[in-house]
Write a protein that binds this ligand. Structure first.
Ligand SMILES: Nc1ncnc2c1ncn2[C@@H]1O[C@H](COP(=O)(O)OP(=O)(O)O)[C@@H](O)[C@H]1O
Ligand SMILES: [Mg+2]
Length: 389
């Protein structure tokens, strides 16, 4: 249990002829100040240590970009799954190969948008664009660009009252601020995230606070959960806590979804920012540690397979090239192999046959053309935690 605080006030507003109580959050930081002593301080230090270890994975590996492709997509799948999207990691990878028969299209488009949105945000930040509401709106625009989100005002703050849970605002579980207050609330959040003054809270703490505040404001008509989770990755990248987006924190929120929702409510009802921050920091530590372990297991798998291929001597050349590609793209086609490695189609076919003979790769479609190959053991390791809810 943390401190009791008043974290906002209610404004009675009329929606569709009904009186509802919309919540107006107070600006961050928490007041009275967040208790960062004792156990919580240790949690913070442990989370930072784990993040540092994860970050070093991206620089210590022989090929630093190796897992980036897969980890970013894992986060996209998990973050989308929290709200019921059914797509798996394989669905997304297949979709990206444009070889996705039978994949529920709306779902996979959502996840694919998520990847594009994250990439856009990272590129903007890398080119010096400030971390800002403008950036968040751009990212939102991409998140909802294609598919079922595109009638939900992509890239724009909402102009109507929304609500969470329940058939209508009067029966809602929670009513976020009225539309006229959204810009002001978001402006306050932006200023809070920019405050680097001597009394500013540690970056990681700010990240956690900002996510919750963002969910409370619920500034968009849809995509608030996903954008609020993207916000964390982008802010950690922007502040240099992560030099690559390797943290799939949504795994923690998905695993403990009921707790996640309960803590969002508790900040409003009791002002218990501490309980939320504990949950958040624990999640950062656990997912960062998990991501490091996953990287180690992937490297071990890759190395063992590589040695086995090399042991075959003369026939191993093109098989090694194909395996090289599979290390970063666990689902692929022969066309993709040729395009990315530069080897010929016959060489790619021969190399892949060797891997299939060794039971390292499998063919998925059972077709003669447009075949898709999977690095099964690798994908299995990556898939952990991404099972549908
Ligand atoms: N009681 C709550 N209070 C505040 N935010 C909540 C609450 N319950 C859920 N949320 C947040 O709202 C998100 C869902 O909002 P929504 O706009 O539909 O986002 P998305 O389309 O990305 O799922 C959840 O992922 C969660 O982050
Ligand atoms: Mg939604």
């Amino acid at each position: 249990m943390g401190k009791q605080r008043v974290t906002g006030s209610y404004e009675v507003t009329a929606v569709g002829g009904e009186q509802v109580r919309a919540f107006l959050p107070r600006p961050l930081p928490p007041d009275p100040p967040l208790d960062l002593s004792g156990r919580r301080q240790r949690l913070l230090e442990e989370a930072l240590l784990s993040l540092g270890r994860l970050d070093s994975v991206s620089t210590l590996l022989p090929d630093p970009q190796l897992f980036l492709y897969a980890y970013v997509r894992k986060e996209a799948v998990l973050s989308s799954q929290i709200e019921g999207t059914q797509s798996s990691l394989s669905d997304l990878l297949l979709f990206e190969l444009e070889a996705a028969p039978g994949v529920p299209i709306d779902d996979v488009v959502d996840v694919s948008n998520y990847v594009a949105a994250l990439q856009h945000g990272l590129e903007r930040l890398a080119s010096g664009f400030p971390f800002s509401n403008r950036l968040l709106r751009e990212v939102h625009e991409i998140l909802l660009a294609r598919g079922r989100g595109n009638d939900k005002l992509p890239g724009e703050f909402r102009r109507s009252q929304n609500w969470i849970g329940g058939p209508r605002p009067g029966l809602a579980h929670f009513v976020p601020p009225p539309p006229h207050a959204v810009a002001e609330c978001m402006g306050q959040l932006e200023r809070f995230l920019h405050d680097d003054g001597p009394t500013a809270l540690p970056v990681l703490i700010r990240t956690g606070l900002a996510h919750l505040q963002f969910e409370t404001i619920h500034p968009f008509l849809d995509g608030n959960g996903r954008l609020g989770r993207l916000l964390m990755t982008l802010y950690l990248y922007h502040t240099g806590v992560l030099s690559e987006p390797l943290l799939y924190l949504s795994l923690h929120f998905k695993r403990h979804r009921a707790e996640y929702y309960r803590l969002l409510d508790r900040v409003r009802s009791d002002g218990d920012w501490e309980a939320w921050i504990d949950f958040f920091l624990t999640g950062v530590r656990e997912t960062a540690d998990g991501a490091v372990k996953t990287a180690c297991r992937l490297v071990a798998r890759i190395d063992a397979d590589r040695r086995a291929i090399e042991a075959r001597g003369r026939s191993s050349g093109s098989a090694l090239r194909v395996h090289d590609l599979l290390r970063g793209r666990p689902l692929t086609t022969l066309t993709e192999v040729c395009r990315r490695t530069g080897i010929s189609f016959p060489a790619a076919t021969a190399g892949m046959s060797v891997l299939i003979g060794m039971d390292i790769a499998q063919e998925l479609t059972g077709q003669k053309r447009n075949r898709v190959f999977v690095y099964r053991d690798y994908l299995a390791i990556l898939n952990e935690g991404t099972e549908p809810l």
